[in-house]
Design a protein around this ligand. Sequence first.
Ligand code: ADP
Ligand code: MG
Length: 281
Amino acid sequence: MLLEIKGLGKTYGTGPTATHAVGDVSFSVDEGEFVCVVGPSGCGKTTLLKCIGGLLRPSAGEVLLRGSPVTGPPERMALVFQEYSRSLMPWMSVRSNVLLPLRHKKLSKRERTSLVEDALGAVGLTRFMDRYPWQLSGGMQQRVAIARALAYQPSILLMDEPFASVDAQTRGDLEDLVLQVRDEFGITILFVTHDIDESVYLSDRVVVLTHSPTEVKELIPVELPKPRDQIATKAEPDFAQLRAHVYRLIKREQDVQGVVAPQAVEVAEAEAAVPPGGTAV
Ligand code: ADP
Ligand code: MG
């Protein structure tokens, strides 16, 4: 067991204005596993991930990484967030951005250079090492953020809706890139998304969360054949079944919350027939 989340709870503030973001969450992640966490918007996914990454102190429960309690950002853990444009330094070249978190590691100059170049090579950006982030597209900037996380040589990578602000085509490419680097670097990935298709496509296991204060609603193993393929995998009857199942679980959560989403009609239709394309909740 690489990561264990035990009875984790997080409340922001105290008294009548307190927000109970995370109720009681327990699950574990095995070495090399790809686990997606999916849940309704605002249910506490980011809060949960920040607690797991040691960026926020939980109000209850604990997080264990290889059996040791996480009390601050662990050495072998890296994070990638949605807002890549805010996480990259615009005045630094791509190469320097990737090098940044390595500054505090005891490494020779040659080791650093090779880690940076290997990571940028793995995400297909070798030719863009001396450009600046603002000279790159959104998808390429997010690849820089992924390279930066890889160069850090994490044993576990936490990703919070990393592809939420790129177009559908780029998103598919980035999903496949992440699966590829997972295999290549043998990294364990915990990936938060509100996109049901994405959660099923990427994972070995999906953790479905309830509305806020969130709890684990269901843990769903995904045994689709590997390597995954944007067309073949999504054409599998099992894929359609899994996504419909996750969809129903989340829709029930939204109904409990009394959410009358603009996509209510779309959701009703999805119950009857699973529509193609991305399914955001
Ligand atoms: P998600 O990522 O699932 O959309 P979040 O973890 O961002 O959900 O938020 C869960 C709940 O906690 C929301 O009600 C949100 O308003 C609240 N929240 C998030 N961050 C803070 C904060 N720093 N202070 C107070 N409340 C917060
Ligand atoms: Mg979030």
